[in-house]
Design a protein around this ligand. Sequence first.
Ligand code: SAM
Length: 245
Amino acid sequence: MKQNIYDNNKFFQQYQAIRVRENNYNNLLEQPNFFTLIPSLKDKVVLDIGCGMGDFAAYCISQGAKHVTGIDISFNMIGNAKERYIHECLTFEQVAFEDMTVPNGSIDFVSSSLAFHYIADFQLLIKKISTALCEEGILLFSINHPIVAANKGKESWVTDQEGNLLHYAVDNYQDEGLRTQNWLVDNVMMYHRTMSTILNTLIESGLQIEKIIEPIPTNEAVCNLPSLNKEFRRPSFLIVRAKKV
Ligand SMILES: C[S@@+](CC[C@H](N)C(=O)[O-])C[C@H]1O[C@@H](n2cnc3c(N)ncnc32)[C@H](O)[C@@H]1O
């Protein structure tokens, strides 16, 4: 089932408030690592899935991409993207990826930052991307790390009586599927899959895994956002780059 939570106005306002802060997990941890795996964009046809407010799509244009399509299920997100970035080689479309038709072998680079954990059918998602990619085309995506996504609604950090972190408790790891949780608002739907499901789905869809990152913050990032210290104990994100073979 598809949920369009970014068009819930309370959720969207709180999400925007996080994203405008300079020191957030995206800017200090996920994005810097994601950017290390971007292929050459010159003259490439790019599809950004769950493009949000369009920053990455616009970045691809600035790096010489031939055409970039940013798609997102959310009216709020696409509205923002269209307002902020206008270019003849840039198209934004409000559509769920599940409902989108992409011609076979037409895309050089599919990117997606922190959107795949909202999509229920991972097998179908990756199969469709693999079909859309041309030979040697690249898929680069980030998601919530499976050891974080696994837990069902419990506080995962275990603390002592003084509030010091003792350890991170991973539970229900092998029980894949929907996790309905409170993140900014109640009843946000996300999907957990194990590391083996994620990697084997790529392999079985004809994608060769090239690099995996479980981001660790720089010392400077930790100075700017001390909660990032926890990333040395367990990763929040998983970033994967794979090539169509
Ligand atoms: C965490 S935001 C990330 C936005 C953007 N990639 C970024 O990094 O700034 C996740 C995005 O995925 C979009 N999304 C969720 N489910 C989707 C679906 N089924 N198809 C397309 N977009 C989806 C949401 O609307 C949201 O904009």
